[in-house]
Ligand binder design. Structure first.
Ligand code: PGA
Ligand code: ZN
Length: 434
């Protein structure tokens, strides 16, 4: 029996179906403790999901939200999950996450749903933080957390996040030369506004995509990078040392059995060696510090080739390839498939597994980037997670759209709260294109 005197004992778990930033249903959870503390959390959803991600549960009932409802996931939380964790101690995150995984019983968390499990896992951490009256980042990893992440801000959207002709999904700006997070955010916002002016002047539209970046009809990767460099300069910054560029081609989305296709019509065809050559050329021309998913998620040989060719010049990030899975990251480290990993809690399904993925990567000397999803909520959990783990980098979209700003504004608050103890440090060498 649970110790009745322990205030952090879970007394009830409650859930709702809410909407995410794309207007599709997602899960929201409240965990209530014996001492009256409440922790809530909601979970995001991707559009360019990796094939090996933990499985979110959707109703499949075509008469509601085209089958994307999450009423079954909500019912799993208020039924089976509530039954399993009620009476457990919210301060024991690892024990609760293990129990959730065991009750689910599948390898991909698909029976109860990774969306259901993650929402509960995150809400448990918040409830424990609330009970202990400590900020969430201290609850996640104790007192040593003080490093603010460098933001990777998606300012031009293509691929599956926009309806334009750009093959690459994300063109990001990285204000890594700033002296603190607040300054980095200001630089990022100033470049974002300068980019809007630059686009307008050229007659491009400034409507935004899912992550708040602009989605102009640009012809090529070159054009997008040229416009960003122009905007960085127009905003008064030095491209490279002050504000650099990061790419997420999300190459699985333009890859099929024939190879990689970079044009709209898809008539061109390239193999991984061609693509690596293109990237090398772009590294020569533009101040690019990071390339994520430069090749397709299962192109293991290509990834190793790319890491040995470019890994000393640029951060190479695996997202779809590793899906925040500690075992996949371990394999990737052994085979040299990247030198950095994207961390998305909903790819793996619990806070404990997410922390383990970060630990494995950091122990191998890999960089870690905590990331949002393209379908988000106003939940800012990943901001605290980034500080708690000293991840060094966060990807939370453009400085636009409330669900993106929720993360950046939370980081402003954390930096203010940490005061003199806050550290902001660029993980990149101050490179300009050679
Ligand atoms: P997603 O994309 O959230 O739509 O899966 C984000 C990414 O690829 O980094
Ligand atoms: Zn990605």
């Amino acid at each position: 029996m649970p110790d009745a005197a322990n205030g952090t004992t879970i007394s009830a778990v409650d859930a709702d179906e809410i909407l995410d930033s794309r207007g599709w249903p997602t899960v929201s959870v409240r965990v209530r403790l014996v001492d009256g503390s409440i922790g809530s959390a909601s979970v995001p959803a991707g559009a360019s999901t990796g094939r090996h991600e933990a499985a979110e549960r959707r109703d499949g009932n075509p008469s509601r939200f085209g089958g994307r409802g999450v009423q079954d996931a909500v019912a799993a939380i208020t039924g089976e999950i509530d039954g399993a964790v009620r009476g457990m101690d919210a301060a024991e995150q690892g024990t609760i996450d293990r129990a959730l995984t065991v009750v689910d019983g599948t390898a991909n968390k698909g029976r109860l749903g990774a969306n259901a499990i993650l929402a509960v896992s995150l809400a448990v951490a918040r409830a424990a933080a609330s009970s202990r009256r400590v900020p969430l980042y201290k609850q996640i990893r104790g007192g040593g957390a003080h490093r603010l992440p460098v933001p990777l801000m998606n300012v031009i959207n293509g691929g599956r996040h926009a309806d334009n002709g750009l093959p690459f999904q994300e063109f990001m700006i990285v204000p890594h030369g700033a002296t603190n997070f607040a300054e980095a955010l200001r630089w990022g916002a100033e470049v974002y506004h300068a980019l809007a002016d630059t686009l307008r002047k050229r007659g491009h539209r400034t409507a935004v995509g899912d992550e708040g970046g602009f989605a102009p009809d640009l012809a090529s990767v070159h054009e997008a990078c040229d416009l960003i460099v122009e905007a960085i300069t127009a905003a008064g910054f030095t491209p490279g040392p002050q504000v650099a560029i990061a790419l997420d081609p999300a190459a699985s989305s333009f890859h099929d059995a024939d190879g990689y296709h970079l044009t709209n019509a898809g008539r061109d065809r390239h193999d991984s060696t061609d693509l690596i050559r293109f990237y090398a050329d772009w590294l020569d021309r533009y101040p690019i510090v990071s390339i994520e998913d430069g090749l397709a998620e299962d192109d293991f040989d290509g990834a190793a080739e790319m890491t040995s060719a470019l890994g000393s010049r640029v951060q190479l990030v695996g997202d779809d390839m590793f899906v925040t899975d500690p075992a996949r990251i371990r394999e990737g480290v052994a085979a040299g498939r990247a030198n950095a990993v994207l961390i998305k809690p909903n790819q793996i399904g619990t806070l404990t597994d997410t922390l383990e993925a970060i630990r494995v990567a950091q122990q191998a000397g890999w960089a870690t980037i905590i990331s949002h999803r393209s379908g988000e909520t106003e939940d800012s959990f990943i901001a605290d997670l980034a500080v708690a783990t000293g991840a060094g980098q966060i990807k939370a979209g453009a400085p636009c759209r409330g669900e993106r700003l929720a993360k950046y504004n939370r980081l402003l608050a954390i930096e203010r709260e940490l005061g003199q103890a806050a550290v902001f440090q660029s993980p990149f060498t101050q490179r300009s294109p050679s």
